[in-house]
Design a protein around this ligand. Structure first.
Ligand SMILES: [Zn+2]
Ligand SMILES: [Zn+2]
Length: 245
């Protein structure tokens, strides 16, 4: 852990500027951060076509597919938005942990704009990271975002609970699968996750899984499956900054 005086010293050596407009003070200034738009409409995470309540899986998809475990997905913003894309990239690949607070603000804005969805009754947890990514980066970026989100909401008088490391990832998926089909991705990811056995026996009924970006959704679906197979978890929702297609 970096000590406060070391941090002050580092800040003096390397003053922070907004990554976008270069205003001094922070990695992203309030104005640039606020200019990232929220995705107001919510779509079914499977077909991505039908607008649904809080991003619930639509009836057509529910009936057309083999069992879907994920109940819904809240997408906070647009991954293709250049500022958001840049922030996520810097956060994940330049190890700028301070950005977790800024990115959490986007998640917070999204949650506050969805008051009809009872998200404060859900328990928050992070989608587990690739093992080699975790070793390389040293932190789970989603866990960090949840911690910041929890603090920010507490400042607004809203309490949320979070369970760290609810799901364990014990196997990495091969990197060459990137371009392959969703079905194949699902097969490849199957069996990668399990419930953390060190947790209390009784699991929460409703869980929101946080991730920075969703691509095919296979990881989120597999996590939802593992949770629901316990028979204790009834609802699994996803919450992400953006969707990358
Ligand atoms: Zn700025
Ligand atoms: Zn659908």
């Amino acid at each position: 852990m970096i000590k406060l005086y070391q941090k002050i010293f580092l800040d003096l050596l390397f003053p922070k500027n907004c990554l976008i407009c270069e205003a001094p003070g922070k990695h992203i200034c309030a104005r640039c951060l606020q200019s990232i738009p929220l995705q107001k409409e919510n779509f079914c995470p499977i077909c991505e076509e039908i607008e649904t309540f809080a991003g619930r899986v639509c009836n057509t998809c529910e009936n057309n597919h083999s069992k879907i475990y994920l109940d819904g997905l809240l997408v906070a913003s647009y991954y293709k938005h250049p500022i958001l894309k840049e922030l996520i990239h810097r956060y994940k690949y330049s190890f700028i942990q301070d950005l977790s607070d800024d990115l959490a603000q986007i998640l917070k804005r999204k949650l506050l704009s969805s008051p009809e969805f009872p998200w404060p009754n859900f328990i928050f947890s992070a989608v587990p990271l690739h093992l080699n990514r975790l070793r390389w980066r040293g932190f789970n970026q989603s866990t960090l975002m949840i911690k910041k989100l929890k603090n920010q909401l507490a400042n607004d008088g809203i309490k949320i609970k979070y369970l760290p490391e609810l799901i364990i990832r014990h196997r990495d998926t091969p990197p060459q699968m990137k371009a392959k089909s969703i079905e194949l991705r699902k097969q490849n990811i199957s069996g990668c996750f399990s419930i953390n056995k060190e947790l209390p026996k009784k699991l929460p009924k409703k869980i929101i899984l946080v991730d920075d970006v969703i691509t095919t959704g296979a990881t989120l679906e597999e996590c939802a499956k593992v949770l629901k197979k316990t028979g204790q978890v009834k609802k699994v929702w996803g919450l992400v900054l953006g969707r990358q297609n």
